[in-house]
Design a protein around this ligand. Structure first.
Ligand code: PLP
Length: 388
């Protein structure tokens, strides 16, 4: 009786839902599954942020509708954070939009600034929800292949000039999900030049912005000269402050794009819970020592996992950030058949690379969101399969 709309039917299948189903079916057989498939931070939200939220929940008036477009104090804190962390100047009122998680901004932006039939460039492999935003906005897609030989940064010379001519918006994401690759300043400079030359808006997803290894802090796209004229960057509290379930983030940069997001959100949301916005201010204004500790933990896990994987002859791509390892699939398997085999025979769940697009074929993504003994055990179980 209530059939799904054409737009809804046009959405891509949520591949993580499929993965969870397979993992749960395996667990139901009584298997001790080591789940390295998902991207859900395992560490708790730092106490001082939880405490700020608890205190603010009891403050009079925080139960009321929040201000449209978010608390000005949070936008100020976000601008100050960008100034301190990246040396980037932002106008809190015009160049910051508060989001109920960065995914909201990423999915709603095409709807806010494109028209059906416009063309969007997306990274392949890439975070699957970019596809959802494109499908909701009914725009055409063109995929930019990320190749290992280019450290998983697109080569703009590879793109079809006819498609580039039609493109209005492009998405990038570094540190990258799923590969863990990090961007170079040169690449972002090329991106601004390419965007200017072709009148293409840029959205840089900086979800893993805080998580860089080997003493190298990932760069913000907004640090690139001219970036604010061509694009925005989305930031989230989910990963750096372990607040994935809280649902809060922000977008920063180009004032026209920010205004379009805000205009759309005026219709869809008021803003996020006022007490949570205050807790988010506490997080941004802190000395960031919890973030440094978290990054040290993820780097330790990456190194431990790389050692364990190499010891069984499984050579990883050398990731520079994020909490993922991007692992090659052995000869004779697809990413999906290999992931299925690991789950079936070793009770180890990994995300098949093709879930991030055809460009992810040949790899699986391992999420290091579990304590060390478990992922080392995962490697030992995989060793017994005799594939490497
Ligand atoms: N972008 C990337 C690349 C992600 O991996 C994720 C979450 O996994 C998000 C965005 C969504 O983050 P948020 O929790 O802010 O919606």
């Amino acid at each position: 009786k209530f059939a799904e709309s054409n737009v809804l039917q046009g959405l891509p299948k949520q591949f993580f839902a499929n993965l969870v189903k397979k993992v749960n079916a395996k667990i139901a057989t009584g298997a001790d599954v080591i789940n390295l498939g998902q991207g859900n931070p395992d560490q708790p939200t730092p106490d001082f942020i939880v405490k700020a939220m608890q205190e603010q929940t009891a403050v009079p008036n925080n139960h009321k509708y929040s201000q449209f477009r978010g608390d000005p104090a949070l936008k100020r804190a976000a601008a100050d954070f960008y100034k301190r962390e990246y040396g980037v100047e932002l106008n809190p009122d015009k160049e910051i939009a508060i989001l109920g998680g960065s995914k909201i901004g990423l999915v709603e932006l095409p709807f806010a600034i494109l028209n059906p039939g416009d063309t969007m460039l997306l990274p392949d492999p890439g975070y699957p929800d970019y596809l959802s935003g494109a499908a909701l906005a009914q725009v055409d897609l063109s995929l930019m292949r990320l190749k290992e030989k280019n450290n998983f940064m697109p080569d703009y010379h590879d793109l079809d000039p006819q498609i580039v001519k039609k493109a209005k918006l492009m998405y990038l994401n570094y540190p990258n999900n799923p590969t863990g690759a990090v961007a170079t300043p040169d690449f972002f400079e090329r991106t601004v030049a390419f965007a200017n030359q072709n009148q293409i808006g840029v959205v840089h997803d900086f979800a893993y912005g805080a998580i860089g290894f080997d003493g190298k802090k990932p760069i913000s796209f907004l640090q690139t000269p001219g970036a604010k004229e061509v694009g925005i960057e989305t930031y989230t509290f989910s990963k750096s402050y372990n607040m994935a379930g809280w649902r809060i983030g922000f977008a920063a940069g180009n004032a026209d794009m920010i205004e379009a997001i805000n205009l759309l959100q005026d219709h869809l949301f008021v803003s996020v819970f006022p007490a949570m916005q205050k807790a988010a201010i506490t997080a941004l204004n802190s000395d960031q020592h919890t973030v440094r500790d978290l990054v040290a933990l993820y780097e330790k896990r990456r190194n431990q996992f790389f050692t364990a994987a190499r010891s069984i002859g499984w050579e990883p791509y050398r990731s520079g950030g994020s909490f993922y390892a991007w692992m090659p699939v052995p000869e004779g398997y697809t990413s999906e058949s290999f992931a299925d085999l690991l789950l079936e025979k070793a009770a180890v769940a990994v995300a098949p690379g093709n879930g991030f697009g055809d460009g992810g074929e040949g790899f699986v993504r391992v999420g290091l969101l579990i304590d060390e003994p478990r992922f080392t055990e995962a490697c030992q179980r995989i060793k017994k399969l005799g594939l490497f």
